[in-house]
Design a protein around this ligand. Structure first.
Ligand SMILES: Cc1cc2nc3c(=O)[nH]c(=O)nc-3n(C[C@H](O)[C@H](O)[C@H](O)COP(=O)(O)OP(=O)(O)OC[C@H]3O[C@@H](n4cnc5c(N)ncnc54)[C@H](O)[C@@H]3O)c2cc1C
Ligand code: SF4
Length: 331
């Protein structure tokens, strides 16, 4: 790992000023914020990331989970994943978020990992993490030799087929979270669906963040009255493993009829994959196997599998159907 300088700013303004000088907030940044370090330090050890300066955000006052006056939730950027998953308001009102976080990594990693760091965790594509291999995301224009069963089937491009690996992000997408950013030009609120970007011709660019942009917090809208939610993750083993396919479902139903549906999928998309198509198939329909199947077909309609990950199309459909069955069955 290359030598780096560490600074510990006292407040947001100092942190933003210290990182605003970086040439990019994307792959190859020469100055980076550091929170739990569970993504960044790994990548620095592998020489995939080589920032010369790290700006520690852990002492900033960004570590609170609080109810908002409208009944929603504010989650500070440095709130640890464990604390968030077990917070009473999250357990009560946003079950899908708690389940998604607890399905990821290990207790030790969740105790270190933060909300902002999780939003920005990098792909687990093994070619990205191996500097001996070409990779358009790591080195634009070097090529992409990735053929692997773990890679994405939705939102891919000629340049890159890497998945967004986060479980938390999938729940955040189904809950319609907003990411709040403070940067050199002021503050802005970014809907989660606009925060991550598709790879297209610039896979090195993963989010809309610019140099100096500090994530300060994430907000969740008030829970839809009477909703039930659930996260289902399918993977090769029960712990310490990323999703092959996952589904976050937030459903309101009355007398067996679905009145509101929010659906997002993980393990299959190049970004956390909200499916408004599936939501459309579910809304104002009876909660039946046939309707769930239609929703799953709609969610995966645009899938473009590669030679080794074709199984994900069927796996993701079954994952969504089963999640819908579980969330709508009588309590
Ligand atoms: C062995 C292992 C298994 C794992 N398994 C899973 C899994 O199953 N599911 C899953 O979802 N995740 C998994 N993870 C990933 C883990 O959830 C992430 O590493 C973690 O959430 C990152 O958070 P962090 O605070 O440590 O981020 P850091 O490593 O500190 O930072 C990550 C990125 O975020 C940026 N950053 C941090 N804070 C801010 C801020 N406030 N504003 C702007 N930028 C910021 C940093 O500059 C960096 O680029 C696993 C990780 C490991 C090591
Ligand atoms: S899929 Fe994306 S991250 Fe993986 S090697 Fe290809 S360009 Fe790199």
């Amino acid at each position: 790992m290359k030598a780096f300088q560490l600074t510990r700013p006292k407040d947001n303004a100092q942190a933003i000023a210290a990182t605003a000088k970086t040439k990019t907030a994307q792959q190859g940044a020469d100055i980076r914020f550091i929170a739990g370090g569970t993504t960044l330090i790994d990548l620095m050890k592998l020489s995939v990331e080589q920032p010369q300066n790290l700006v520690d955000v852990n002492r900033l006052a960004l570590d609170k989970v609080e109810a908002t006056p409208d009944g929603g939730l504010t989650i500070g950027a440095t709130v640890r994943n464990s604390e968030l998953a077990w917070h009473p308001l999250v357990r009560k009102n946003y079950r899908v978020l708690s389940e998604a976080i607890l399905s990821g990594a290990t207790v030790q990693i969740r105790n270190m990992a933060t909300t902002a760091g999780n939003l920005l965790q990098r792909t687990r594509c093994m070619y990205f993490r191996d500097t001996a291999m070409p990779c358009n995301k790591r080195e634009p224009g070097s090529g992409c030799g990735a053929i692997n069963r773990n890679l994405a089937i939705l939102g891919t491009s000629e340049q890159c087929i890497a998945t967004n690996p986060s479980d938390m992000n999938v729940a955040m997408a189904a809950l319609e979270a907003t990411v709040h950013v403070h940067g050199p030009k002021g503050e802005r609120a970014i809907p989660i669906g606009d925060f991550h970007v598709l790879p297209g011709n610039t896979p090195q660019r993963e989010t809309v963040l610019e140099p100096g942009d500090l994530i300060t917090h994430v907000t969740l809208p008030p829970p839809a009255p009477g909703n039930r939610s659930l996260y289902l993750k399918l993977r090769d083993r029960m712990s310490y493993e990323f999703a092959l396919a996952s589904a976050a479902v937030v459903i309101t139903a009355a007398n067996g009829k679905i009145t509101r549906a929010r659906i997002a999928m993980g393990g299959v998309g190049t970004k956390p994959w909200r499916s408004t198509e599936a939501e459309g198939e579910l809304t104002n329909q009876q909660a039946t196997q046939a309707v769930f199947q239609k929703a799953a077909e709609a969610a995966l309609r645009g899938a473009k599998p590669q030679s080794q990950n074709g199984f994900k199309v069927e796996l993701a459909k079954r994952c969504l159907v089963h999640a819908l069955k579980l969330v709508t069955q009588p309590a």
